[in-house]
Design a protein around this ligand. Structure first.
Ligand SMILES: Cc1cc2nc3c(=O)[nH]c(=O)nc-3n(C[C@H](O)[C@H](O)[C@H](O)COP(=O)(O)OP(=O)(O)OC[C@H]3O[C@@H](n4cnc5c(N)ncnc54)[C@H](O)[C@@H]3O)c2cc1C
Length: 435
């Protein structure tokens, strides 16, 4: 028996149910990745990270006797063509929730049916898959706390080892892996993609960070979160394995709770694929107006509000931002500047290595008050947020070099001193001083 394993956002060999099952039932396995040029163009940062992930995956497969086969174009059409051309009996794929992923699965099923090739979907992208838990009267949880209760009570999948051997047929033309150096990212300081780096990062976080996460996760200067999000985004580590390994050392339970947020937004996107563009609760929406000048200032980290600019500049340099900075910058854009959340989501999606439809839209809507937050809530005051989460200004100093030499309280409110603004070239606040 020959099986194609179509890799998508599951770029690993450990705890990979589809790959595991394929190596168990088939004599030969064709591990396939299809490069979609449209997706690559959306975020060069993610494009480069993806290219590194694929090299890492190819090495892992090679060390087990196999290899990664690469094609370009529409994943459904390419997978079906490959299965047909090489006489494969089935295609295995990991379930996913976005509209794009589900349309791909539908097209793949349709393309395989006339060839008599089976399509098998397997779990693997979540701790608790979308639809596995739901309230008695509905298909989806809209409130997090009851979801968390159900999520915690739901039995976990057993973590699978990497298969010992993967035999890829020798007659399959391997295609060309993309070259990371050929993709120019917009950020200069990106972590390496791949399962190897993901596993090392998780081990380091468990050794140094999980225990203090509950106390420090919102402390912007401490940088005490796992930074695993890009690896979870591309499935370089499975959320189930991350929960099993990270959960053991997570005294406060706060870290595991974040993984539950991830699954919460996944089940929401599964039920409401349009939430990437439209308000989940339109009646809650506050009037917003597209304003290119304010949006540009925000996107470039030049709003004149240091804590906001520090977050946005970290995003530009690292393709990543801690959750607290995302909350502050998103609240400032939507609630203070009055710009629609969809504009902010688009900028985040371009730069974030972890850019993901469920988490990005779910969180933007949460901040804008159009999503599933139980109350509408108010704008976060960025000065008060800075006083609480970056009281010494260390995070601002790290990311806003013009202010690196300001060693007093003015660093959080530089507009109080016109001479300071003139001397540093730091802008006056685009939307007026914050009181
Ligand atoms: C406006 C806005 C946009 C966001 N966009 C994204 C996005 O596109 N992709 C993305 O992965 N996260 C997004 N987040 C959620 C969160 O900020 C990041 O997941 C987190 O900062 C990643 O850092 P970490 O890996 O160190 O997280 P940790 O604190 O170590 O948490 C572990 C994991 O839990 C998950 N997680 C943590 N916080 C959240 C959350 N609020 N919602 C859902 N999952 C969470 C992530 O997978 C994360 O890697 C967004 C948050 C906001 C406020």
């Amino acid at each position: 028996m020959r099986v194609v394993v179509l890799f998508t956002r599951d770029l690993r060999v450990h705890d990979h149910p589809a790959l595991w099952e394929a190596t168990r039932v088939a004599d030969e396995v064709v591990p396939l990745f299809v490069l979609d040029p449209l997706l690559l163009a959306r975020s060069p940062n993610r494009g480069r990270f993806l290219a590194q992930c694929l090299i890492d995956l190819d090495r892992s497969l090679a060390s087990r006797g196999g290899r990664l086969v690469v094609r370009e174009g529409d994943p459904a059409a390419q997978a079906a063509a490959l299965a047909g051309a090489y006489g494969c009996d089935a295609v295995f794929v990991t379930e996913d929730v976005s509209a794009t992923a589900r349309a791909r699965e539908r097209r793949l099923r349709e393309a395989l049916a006339p060839l008599g090739v089976e399509l098998r979907t397997c779990p693997g992208n979540a701790v608790v898959e979308a639809g596995a838990v739901h309230p008695s009267e509905r298909t989806t949880y809209r409130v997090f706390t009851p979801y968390l209760r159900a999520w915690r009570a739901h039995p976990r999948r057993t973590v699978l080892p990497a298969p010992r051997a993967v035999r890829t047929p020798v007659d399959v033309e391997p295609g060309r892996l993309p070259h990371p150096a050929a993709i120019a990212p917009t950020a200069t300081d990106l972590p390496p993609g791949g399962e190897g780096p993901a596993r090392r990062r998780l081990r380091r976080f468990v050794a140094d960070g999980t225990g203090r996460y509950g106390d420090l996760r919102n402390d912007l200067a401490a940088d005490a979160t796992s930074r695993l999000s890009p690896y979870l985004r591309f499935g370089c580590i499975s959320a189930t394995e991350a929960a099993a390994i990270g959960g053991g050392a997570d005294r406060s339970g706060e870290w595991i709770r974040q993984l539950a947020w991830r699954d919460f937004f996944r089940q929401l996107l599964h039920a409401h694929p349009w939430m990437v563009a439209r308000d989940l609760r339109p009646h809650r929406a506050v009037r917003t107006v597209a304003d290119d000048r304010l949006l540009d200032a925000w996107a470039q980290g030049r709003t004149g509000v240091p804590i906001v600019d520090a977050g946005m500049r970290q995003l530009l340099h690292e393709g990543w931002m801690p959750n607290r900075a995302r909350l502050i910058t998103a609240s400032y854009l939507t609630r203070t500047l009055g710009v629609p959340w969809q504009e902010g989501l688009r900028i985040f999606d371009r730069h974030l290595l972890d850019g993901d439809p469920a988490n990005n839209a779910g969180n933007w809507q949460w901040v804008a008050g159009t999503g599933v937050a139980p109350r509408r809530g108010a704008a976060l005051n960025p000065v008060r947020q800075a006083q609480r989460f970056d009281p010494r200004g260390d995070y601002v100093r790290r990311h806003v070099p013009e202010l690196a030499h300001v060693h007093d309280a003015r660093i959080l409110r530089p507009w109080v001193d016109a001479d300071l603004l003139a001397a540093t070239g730091y802008p006056a606040p685009a939307a007026g001083p914050i009181t």
